[in-house]
Design a protein around this ligand. Structure first.
Ligand code: TPP
Length: 393
């Protein structure tokens, strides 16, 4: 708009009206400023327990002792499960396993902060979160073992199939949450995504509609520093991924993703806010992936060992354990019992995964459509012929 046209507009407006409109504009600007303020994350990541295991002053209340003890238990079991699953790839029992070692605070914090009736939308990296939601670990590993399905019944557990395409789960989460609200159900969705996925178009569309519909969704971005080999600085110019929510009118929070207490408290607050009609929240959790992207990746090609060592000092499990011990919430006996439970859990996974189940490759085509297309029939025949030929060879 040029200056002249603007003057003409002012002349056409009657004096009283001009004042009222200007006052209204000032009021709107003040309201907008307050609203923007409410959407903004803090400049530094929120923390409730620091890397030395000490409570952090002024950042809010710690979750109750029972919640902290449960977080500890699930993190110990989750880490043991993670180590076991990684070992299973080396034994050829799993095709691949994306480890979440180092990210247990996010995995378990998010899972435990959810209510029974809420839905989780995980990615391929979030097996520990699903295990923490009490899904049978063998079912969780089913897909990576070579089955065509996700292993568990999503409706029974309210856990969507783990998504491999980046960020598609963000849209599914918003769709489900919005639909649940229209149906009058008290259900919210928690969607897990990585820093790389936050650069995908789907995430932006999901945030946009979550904002427009005031959908009851919590987006938890686990910023673990890398999208496979691409460091954060090479995939976004945003100073914080939490800022991505603001443009869409979505409240944003920046937290220390290696602090189990703050992850639990922030997700819980966002879940309760969404359930009460307060709309979506985007949480950026700063964390680190201790292992390679998967067993097909050589992390030493793109990150220095010194960096990995620095993050070892921020281990979420050690942090919580130190806090619990110093506040008489954990002793040697209890720690040993939790460790024994984790060993038993891993042994059972190992044993059950050592069975050679007979898979029927033709089943792959059975549940795609009610009536298979001509292409599917042809593909099925091709596969069976190939398998037959292999057997003949
Ligand atoms: C739509 C899409 N594009 C590319 C890929 C290939 N891909 C698989 S994992 C990955 C990196 C994801 O990084 P991030 O979202 O940060 O999650 P992380 O693996 O670190 O948990 C990429 C690019 C994919 N799976 N889906």
């Amino acid at each position: 708009m040029n200056g002249r046209r603007s003057d003409e507009t002012v002349e056409q407006v009657r004096p009283g009206t001009a004042h009222r409109e200007r006052d209204a504009a000032v009021t709107t600007a003040a309201t907008d400023a307050a609203r923007i303020e409410g959407l903004l994350p803090s400049q530094t990541p929120l923390q409730l327990i620091d890397p030395q295991g000490r409570p952090t002053a002024g950042h809010g209340a710690l979750p109750p002792p029972e919640a902290l003890r449960r977080l500890y238990r699930d993190m110990v079991v989750g880490r043991r499960f993670d180590t076991q699953a990684t070992a299973l790839t080396k034994q050829g029992r799993l095709a691949v396993y994306p480890s979440s070692r180092g990210q247990e605070a996010c995995e378990v914090g998010a899972a435990l902060a959810m209510r029974e009736q809420d839905w989780l939308f995980p990615t391929y990296r979030d097996s520990v979160a699903i295990v923490s939601r009490s899904v049978d670990p063998i079912e969780v590993l089913c897909l990576l073992r070579g089955e065509w399905h996700c292993g568990y019944d999503p409706y029974e557990h309210r856990v969507a199939p783990q998504c491999t395409p980046l960020a598609t789960n963000t849209l599914h989460a918003v769709g489900l949450a919005h639909a649940a609200r229209l149906k009058g159900e008290d259900t919210i969705a928690v969607v897990l995504l990585g820093d790389g996925a936050s650069s995908e178009g789907d995430t932006h569309e999901a945030l946009n509609f979550a904002g427009v519909w005031n959908a009851p969704v919590v987006f938890l971005v686990q910023n673990n520093g890398y999208a496979i080999s691409v460091p954060l600085a090479k995939q976004t110019a945003a100073p914080s991924l939490a800022y991505k929510g603001i443009g869409y009118g979505v409240r944003s929070v920046l937290i220390d993703g290696n602090d189990p207490a703050v992850v639990y408290a922030s997700v819980r607050e966002a879940v309760e806010g969404a359930a009460a009609g307060g709309g979506p929240t985007l949480i950026e959790a700063i964390t680190y992936r201790m292992e390679a992207h998967t067993n097909a990746d050589d992390a030493s090609r793109y990150r220095a060992d010194a960096e990995v060592q620095r993050w070892l000092a921020r281990d979420p499990l050690t942090r919580l354990e130190t806090y619990l011990r110093e506040h008489d919430l954990l002793d040697d006996e209890r720690a040993a019992a939790v460790q024994a439970e984790a060993e038993e859990f891993a042994a059972s996974v190992r044993e059950r995964m050592n069975q050679d189940d007979e898979l029927d490759p033709a089943e792959l085509f059975e549940h795609v459509y009610a009536r298979p297309t001509a292409q599917l029939v042809a593909q099925r025949q091709e596969l069976l012929a190939e398998l037959g030929n292999q057997e003949d060879a």
